[in-house]
Design a protein around this ligand. Structure first.
Ligand code: F6R
Length: 364
């Protein structure tokens, strides 16, 4: 059943190119994005005033990325909420708000409760769900399925990657309908989307190099993940992946926030992962890299191909193939998933079933 892989997590990481293709291709038609299951007319799309994205854990992290994508491309204000917080904070429900609930299992108790809360206030709910026929899929007004297939490992990888694709498709569609994107840019982005599966495959092929690197960090106690904008969202997911399966304490920090407290934790040899995919923020994060480096950190940098001057400041660099800036998460997360996997494997842990965790969290 593991198809020759030692753990499901590795198998599922390797299924990402296919999962992305399966989620993407049914919605790409004749140079356009067609999401029939959205159940919204162009007029309704133009009327949207606000989007709530509500989820837990990694699904929430895709929402953090999506906020940048929806706001950047479609110019629609987005609030991203943890489902367990949204329910209890007496959120403001106004007409023309769309609630998007993101869930692999479709059974997460807090996400389901948030869905019911939104619906009871007359807000339209769209589910981005992987498990067909699950509770969230059944109760949402409309469902956009991610076609990742069954995910067994507790740590999500391929479902996460397909959730990102669903957000990109929605944001591009909304941007187009609302006249916020030129046809030329839209077409370029579609080409970039189509390139993602092969680019993910290329990054996965790098696994031995990442395994050698991970094996040097099996005894490490703390890791910091830093980035700005979408790179901060990527860092949040990289940090969660590491702590849940390797039991190493890690924190994700918005790079500019480091000097407001956390930098005091950096000492000789502390591992810092820095993600620098957003070119307009590159120099800013580079200066944060230099700051932690001066304090003795060992820096792993994940950045776009061509940014070779980073090698003066970072100790270990992973280069990513070129894509649209809004799609960077889909590529940058791959080496971070592999890193977590190989740290867990190297420590001899049960990668697929980390202690204290369940695949689907059906209690509040
Ligand atoms: C982390 C992970 C969890 C889930 C979260 C939400 O690897 O898998 O953080 O993302 O429990 O689960 P779903 O998506 O099933 O609602």
């Amino acid at each position: 059943e593991k198809g020759g892989y030692e753990f499901f997590m590795l198998k599922e990481m390797y299924e990402q190119p296919k999962a992305v293709t399966d989620t993407l291709s049914p919605r790409l038609k004749d140079g356009d994005i067609v999401i029939e299951e959205l159940g919204m007319t162009d007029e309704e799309i133009r009327a949207i005033k606000k989007i709530y994205i509500i989820a837990c854990g990694s699904a929430y992290h895709t929402g953090v990325t999506a906020k940048y994508v929806f706001e950047g491309l479609a110019r629609i204000p987005v609030e991203v909420d943890l489902a367990s917080e949204f329910r209890y904070r007496n959120p403001i429900f106004e007409p023309n708000t769309l609630a998007v609930i993101v869930s692999q299992s479709g059974e997460t108790a807090d996400s389901l409760a948030a869905l019911r809360e939104a619906k009871s206030h007359g807000i339209k709910v769209l589910g981005i769900v992987n498990v067909v026929g699950s509770s969230i899929a059944r109760e949402a007004d409309n469902v956009m399925y991610t076609w990742a297939g069954p995910e067994i490992a507790v740590a999500t990888t391929k479902a996460y990657s397909t959730q990102l694709i669903a957000h990109y498709l929605l944001a591009m569609k909304f941007a187009k309908v609302r006249g916020e994107i030129s046809e030329e840019v839209f077409q370029e982005m579609i080409e970039d989307l189509k390139r993602l599966p092969a680019q993910i495959e290329l990054l996965l092929a790098n696994k031995e190099r990442i395994q050698r690197f991970a094996n040097r960090y099996l005894a490490t106690e703390h890791v910091f993940f830093i980035g700005r904008g979408i790179d901060y969202a990527i860092s949040m997911e990289g940090s969660l992946k590491l702590k849940e399966i390797s039991y190493i304490h890690s924190e994700a920090y918005a790079a500019g926030e480091l000097k407001h407290g956390t930098i005091s934790l950096i000492e000789e040899g502390t591992l810092v992962s820095a993600v620098l995919t957003q070119e307009e923020l590159y120099k800013k994060t580079l200066s944060n890299v230099q700051e932690v480096k001066t304090r003795g950190a060992f820096v792993l940098a994940v950045t776009n191909a061509g940014n070779i001057e980073i090698e003066k400041s970072a100790d270990y660099v992973i280069y990513l193939p070129k894509t649209n800036k809004y799609f960077a998460n889909s590529l940058a997360i791959i080496p971070l998933q592999l890193f977590s996997y190989y740290v867990s494997l190297g420590k001899g842990l049960d990668v697929d079933k980390p202690r204290n965790l369940a695949k689907s969290v059906t209690v509040e």
